[in-house]
Design a binder for this molecule. Structure first.
Ligand code: GRF
Length: 203
């Protein structure tokens, strides 16, 4: 059965593109029902438009304006976004470079269905600067490998949760920050597609 995906992105959307390409190439039996972005300028929107996938810009800003307490604003945002996403009846929700930490107001509605990708090995370099952090560790203390992981998001733990797939990326002596990043992204795209296929039970 074709799996129903919803993809959430904040930036370039190269991982969204990897899913689009895998579906088009018959490597993933899924449909992307919708893309949601929380940044107006996210290039992921153009990728969705180019492939006829409905995309929606849903910013946190109006919720911040409406609630004095930041936590309340996040919970209200998460509840509103979850309501919209639930209408797509997703089998999996892919956080593909999604720069927003969900509260349980969102996560509890989609238990076992929210997937995140992190450009580092499990338990290492949580946060938005994982590649920079690994590169700095290579330069200062000789870190020899980093990696990629795809994991479920059961709670608010940052880049943490049951691991669906992970793989190492060796840091070569002739690497630059850019060449390392390129290999991490290439692996990320491949691993994401196979982890999504496994999760939704696609062939
Ligand atoms: C990826 O490296 C992902 O691991 C991180 O943000 C990046 C998003 O890239 N969380 P893209 O927007 O899919 O190109």
């Amino acid at each position: 059965m074709t799996g129903r995906l919803v993809v959430l992105a904040s930036g370039s959307g190269s991982n969204l593109q990897a899913l689009i390409d895998a579906i088009a190439g018959g490597r993933l039996d899924a449909s992307i029902e919708a893309v949601y972005v929380n940044r107006r300028s996210a290039y992921a929107r153009e990728r969705a438009d180019d492939h006829g996938i409905p995309q929606n810009f849903v910013p946190l800003g109006p919720f911040r304006d409406a609630y004095a307490e930041p936590r309340k604003a996040r919970e209200a945002y998460d509840t509103a976004l979850a309501g919209r996403i639930a209408e797509h009846r997703p089998d999996a929700i892919v956080l593909a470079g999604w720069m927003h930490i969900f509260t349980s107001a969102f996560l509890d509605q989609f238990a076992g269905k929210v997937i995140n990708l992190h450009p580092a090995l499990p338990g290492t370099f949580p946060g938005a600067n994982a590649i920079d952090d690994a590169w700095a560790a290579h330069q200062t203390s000789g870190l020899e490998r980093t990696g990629v992981m795809i994991h479920l998001v059961p709670d608010e733990g940052l880049d943490d949760g049951p691991v669906l797939a992970s793989a190492a990326v060796p840091i070569r002596s002739d690497d630059t920050r850019e060449s390392l990043e390129q290999r991490i992204h290439d692996l990320e795209h491949e691993l994401l597609v196979s982890a999504v296929a496994d999760l939704i039970g696609a062939p």
